[in-house]
Write a protein that binds this ligand. Structure first.
Ligand code: AMP
Ligand code: ZN
Length: 665
């Protein structure tokens, strides 16, 4: 045997042992013997560096340090899931999709909803290439070195499977492993981790991959994404993926009726407590991939899948105190401070009370015994008061009248559920919060500057608003506590770089009330510059698709404020993008204005996403279902048969990919 063959044989053998142990849960070698073979491999690899392979089992021990995780745009967006909470919700969902597909019988897969952090694993020619977190769904962080240490993930698979694909899955911490980690922490006098999900998610961003290697993380896979259409169903995709070595839980079940879905839900609602990992629900998916494609996506989630959330667990405990938090918009949130209690595996000390109405409606009082529930969200909520335990001297709660941070009198406008602190420019959490929002990833995405530093800079009097960021110098920042020269420079460089962030994100970053990401995109596209937006009147604003009175009024209020006008002027002077760049305007026309397109099938010259973008860039609208409002269908190969029938019956013109390309030139 040559050295190379020897190395190869050892790698294969160790991979097989890893697979047996971590995927099949069936050890075929003692730890001791495994270590000996691994050492042997490491030695051979060290002596023969020409045979280095990032996917060798020797690389699983980690040791690579990542200081800054690179942001990567997902090739295919990672969506969230719509939620359902009752069987009626599920029946409604089935009705909707039956109608869209024009069929009565739909085959589903039922899977558990694994509670961890989502991950996207890219494979090329069967080799593991990179791992990226979900992030905001459009882009995430590359965490390849850390993910490589998770031994149940195969680093190469048989080329018989599709060649290029992404595996989507959930990084989880099994409950046993999590408890063990906490025992160790407590022994070392450290604070225990709160829950498996957050700990799993935090592990992905550890800088030292050797530390990740020491954590008992696992990866459960639930979706194959590929352009190669080798298999016709989701179930086949996953079964095959399991056969080539991926850890696809075998709880996945194929069902032919919604009743069978209910059976699955009922079974796991009870049995979930026996699982080695946490699950908070079930995910139901349309099995046929062609049908999935026909159903498409809403702006947030696939229409072909839905999560069913198990009823949350409840406990009762005593409410000790109500405190008030001030958000970046000045919104006040009342917080219940509770007698600590164990709930769904974690210790709960606080719960959200939402707003004054909620407190009044439930008549929540200090010293009451309350029922606390924990759903998927991190902060639990109070759902009722146990009146039988109410103390005799109890008094109704009087809601805060003044801001807990700056003592300004709170206001509450007509129709608003929340109280607000109106001291926008003088109330510390609002100042900090706005700047924190400004720098956040979906906004200006400023590297090298974190939320805590923003607070520090404000306390030191260096910044009062987001425009001040652009006046900061490294010399001002270096003397601050815990600020090394290098990090100060990174921060200034990050701020400088944010001047390239496109207008739509800048608009979102400004933190105009009710102007979220999607609205900001719409506005940027329509008005193309901050000046046009800020001088638009109410009528012009509400004439924009999906902009209502509430958003329009908020934009007008923002635009009429002298302080804001000055801020915007300063941002402009600093070169922040306050209009759509010439470059992106260049590719935009109004050719397709007023036209609604449905895209269906498989394309060759452009990807589906490029096609959709081309429609939008030329002023058209993309919709995912055919209706009377549809102007054209762009059909690739294998357009869904029910879509075709529907298009024909509504007499909607069908364009081929080439027709479309000819039209937009
Ligand atoms: P949510 O974060 O509530 O919108 O739920 C969507 C997330 O559920 C996805 O991003 C996945 O990370 C996660 N998930 C867990 N189990 C599954 C599953 N079996 N199928 C699809 N998504 C799942
Ligand atoms: Zn205040």
């Amino acid at each position: 045997m040559t050295i190379q063959q020897n190395i190869q044989a050892l790698r294969e053998e160790l991979n097989q042992h890893n697979y047996n142990y971590y995927v099949l849960d069936n050890a075929t070698i003692s730890d001791y013997d495994f270590d000996i073979k691994l050492k042997e491999l490491i030695q051979l690899e060290t002596e023969n560096p020409q045979f280095f392979d990032a996917n060798s089992p020797s690389q699983r021990v980690g040791g690579e340090i990542t200081k800054n995780f690179e942001t990567i745009t997902h090739k295919n967006r990672m969506y969230s899931l719509d939620n359902s909470y009752s069987k009626d919700d599920l029946l409604d969902w089935e009705k909707r999709i039956q109608k869209m597909l024009g069929v009565d019988e739909i085959e589903y897969t039922c899977e558990l909803k694994y509670d961890g952090a989502s991950i996207n694993l890219s494979f090329e020619k069967g080799k593991f290439i990179k791992a990226v977190t979900r992030g905001d769904g459009f882009q995430g962080d590359e965490v390849t070195a850390n993910i490589r240490t998770i031994k149940s993930i195969p680093l190469s698979v048989s080329a018989d499977f599709v060649h290029n694909f992404e595996m989507r899955g959930e990084i989880i911490l099994p409950i046993d492993g999590f408890n063990k980690m906490n025992e160790d922490r407590l022994k070392n006098g450290e604070e225990a981790y709160k829950n498996p999900r957050n700990t799993a998610s935090g592990s992905l961003k550890l800088q030292d991959s050797a530390e990740v290697a020491n954590r008992p993380l696992d990866c459960l896979l639930y979706q194959v994404v590929t352009d190669e259409r080798k298999y016709k169903t989701h179930f086949e995709n996953l079964e095959t993926a399991r056969n080539v070595g991926f850890k696809v839980p075998d709880t996945i079940t194929l069902t032919k009726t919604i009743d069978a879905v209910f059976d699955f839900v009922n079974y796991w609602d009870i049995k979930r407590h026996d699982l080695p990992y946490e699950t908070d629900g079930v995910v139901i998916k349309v099995n046929n991939l062609q049908q999935q494609e026909e159903l498409g996506y809403t702006s947030k989630a696939p229409r072909w899948a839905i999560a069913y959330k198990f009823k949350a667990e409840q406990v009762s405990t005593v409410l000790n105190e109500i405190t008030y938090q001030v958000g970046r918009t000045g919104a006040i949130t009342p917080v219940a401070n509770l007698e600590p209690v164990q709930l769904a595996g974690t210790i709960v000390k606080r719960a959200s009370l939402h707003n004054a109405d909620q407190i009044e409606k439930l008549d929540i009082r200090i010293n009451d015994t309350v029922f606390v529930e924990k759903g998927g969200e991190i902060i639990p909520k109070i759902i009722a008061v146990d009146l039988s335990k109410r103390p005799d001297n109890s008094e109704p709660t009087i809601y805060a009248t003044n801001c807990p941070e700056c003592n300004t009198e709170l206001v509450r406008s007509e129709g608003d559920a929340k109280h607000y602190c109106p001291n926008e420019f003088g109330c510390a959490p609002q100042i900090t919060g706005r700047i924190q929002h400004f720098i956040s990833r979906k906004a200006m995405d400023i590297d090298g500057l974190g939320g805590e530093t923003v607070d520090l800079l404000r306390k030191e009097g260096l910044i009062q608003n987001y425009a001040d960021l652009y006046d900061l110098t490294a010399e001002q920042v270096i003397p601050l506590e815990r600020m090394a020269e290098k990090s100060a420079q990174n921060m200034i460089a990050g701020i400088e770089k944010s001047k390239e962030i496109p207008f739509e994100k800048v608009l979102f970053a400004l933190g105009i009330r009710f102007v979220g990401e999607t609205v900001a995109k719409k506005l940027a596209k329509h008005f193309k510059s901050i000046d046009k937006l800020m001088t638009a009147d109410l009528e012009t604003l509400i004439s924009v698709d999906e902009i209502g009175d509430r958003i329009a009024q908020s934009i007008i209020d923002f635009s009429n404020d002298l302080g804001n006008i000055q801020l915007i002027d300063r941002l402009k002077l600093h070169g922040v993008q306050l209009e759509v760049s010439a470059e992106s305007l260049e590719n935009q026309t109004d050719k397709l204005a007023g036209k609604v397109f449905v895209v269906s099938g498989v394309f060759h010259q452009m990807t589906r996403n490029e096609l959709k973008k081309a429609i939008e860039d030329n002023g058209g609208k993309v919709s995912s279902s055919i209706s009377k409002k549809t102007s054209f269908i762009v059909a690739g190969d294998n357009m869904g048969p029910s879509k075709l029938t529907k298009a024909e019956s509504l007499e909607i013109p069908i364009l081929s990919e080439q027709n479309f390309i000819d039209i937009i030139g």
